[in-house]
Design a binder for this molecule. Structure first.
Ligand code: FDA
Length: 365
């Protein structure tokens, strides 16, 4: 055989595997069905602005080894995610912290804020929350739920909060400090010049074929290499024989605007139901670039059907059971490894994917 490994997919998982295996002397072919590299972390240069084509990507981790690893491929800036919520034209800081509580109620001390939240929770005696609405109110009270959670969540899931299961919100982190940093992680940033360069560096010297769907020549592809690393959808690999795993999808609407600064922040969430998008991203604020124009993206949640871009797995019992059946098939494969968010039917952040890919590579004898 010409190749030791065929890697299906040029996202973070496939590309790290390719890079690490090449270092170990293996011969690799990587195929990618899209017309570009990098999977969902793909960023496209638009006159100096790096546009995050598949949704805003902010790198964050507590794992120093992962941080050091990714920093080998690009220099990262000091971007700190501090999203803002817009509800009926009033602005609130996120995540829920002393700034938010001041904006909501005028409270100025942690003691006052805690008392206000307790008072809100006590207004409704919900012992066993039966749906997401009851769960959220029992955790945080009605004001925060109605202003900052309800509409956003209903848009995100395409269902009323009273029809959504309570487990979607297990806990709602609140901070009694004036701290708008969304993530608690030690390391955070955005690669200067975007993410695509990271994948390009990883794949230097590796045979790559774009616009090549594994399934268009499945039988031939299965014969191309001694082993396969597959990062596409697991149910598709098995011809959806037990049925399709479900997702939520997104639709992105990009707009170029002839002003240098449109909204003054990278991410603004729109939390009222009546506005159909969930957030507006202004890409230049990820990179701190100075240009006369700006690019914004409105993010609309969508129902998903086979053929659409799959973004968020639906973590309910039905899909968990279905995935288990596919996983049993995958576990029997001797020469094919299933990795990454689509093959494992799991929402992973980038740092999780790096850890998983490196663990997998290190497990190869
Ligand atoms: P990924 O989907 O990137 O790669 C799979 C590749 O396989 C794709 O390129 C696909 O085209 C290809 N492929 C599939 N089937 C194929 C076939 N049949 N033949 C050939 N090629 C095929 N994480 C984070 O840390 N911070 C963040 O801010 C965000 N933000 C974010 C926003 C949104 C909207 C989403 C949905 C996700 C995030 N993420 C994130 C998560 C991040 O996108 C994710 O961790 C990685 O992109 C996953 O990399 P993978 O390689 O697993 O999949």
């Amino acid at each position: 055989m010409k190749y030791d490994y065929l890697i299906v997919g040029s996202g973070l998982f496939g590309s790290i595997c390719a890079y690490e295996l090449k270092k170990r002397g293996y011969k690799i072919l990587l195929i990618e069905k899209r017309d570009h590299l990098a999977g969902n972390i793909y960023t496209e240069d638009n006159e100096g602005i790096q546009v995050h084509k598949y949704g805003a990507h902010i790198f964050h981790t507590n794992n120093k080894a992962v941080w050091d690893y990714i920093n080998r491929f690009a220099e990262f800036n000091r971007f700190t995610n501090s999203p803002i919520a817009n509800y009926k034209n009033k602005l609130f800081n996120l995540p829920f912290n002393m700034n938010t509580f001041y904006q909501l109620w005028g409270v100025k001390t942690p003691k006052e804020a805690k008392a206000k939240i307790e008072e809100q929770k006590k207004l409704y005696h919900i012992e066993n929350p039966k749906n997401l609405e009851e769960q959220a109110i029992s955790l945080i009270g009605k004001d925060i739920y109605e202003i900052l959670i309800k509409g956003y969540t209903e848009k995100q899931w395409g269902r009323k909060a009273t029809e959504l299961p309570p487990f979607i919100i297990n806990r709602l982190p609140v901070r009694f400090t004036f701290d708008n940093n969304y993530f608690n992680d030690k390391y955070q940033g955005i690669p200067i010049g975007g993410y695509t360069q990271i994948i390009e560096k990883m794949l230097e010297g590796i045979d790559v074929e774009l616009n090549t769907d594994f399934f268009e020549n499945k039988e031939k592809n299965l014969e191309l290499a001694n082993k396969i690393i597959y990062t596409g959808s697991i149910d598709k690999f098995y011809d959806y024989q037990y049925g399709a795993l479900e997702y939520r999808s997104l639709h992105f609407e990009n707009e170029t605007i002839n002003e240098s600064n449109y909204q003054g922040n990278a991410v603004i969430n729109y939390t009222e139901y009546e506005i159909p998008y969930t957030r507006i991203i202004e890409h230049k604020h990820f990179d701190y670039v100075e240009t006369d124009h700006t690019i914004i993206t409105k993010e609309y949640p969508r129902d998903w059907k086979i053929g659409d871009e799959a973004y968020y797995p639906i973590n309910d019992d039905k899909n968990a059971t279905l995935f288990k059946k596919y996983k049993e098939l995958a576990d029997q494969e001797k020469l094919i490894h299933f990795g990454g968010r689509l093959a494992e039917y799991k929402y992973y952040d980038m740092h999780n994917v790096i850890e998983n890919a490196l663990n997998f590579i290190n497990s190869i004898k």
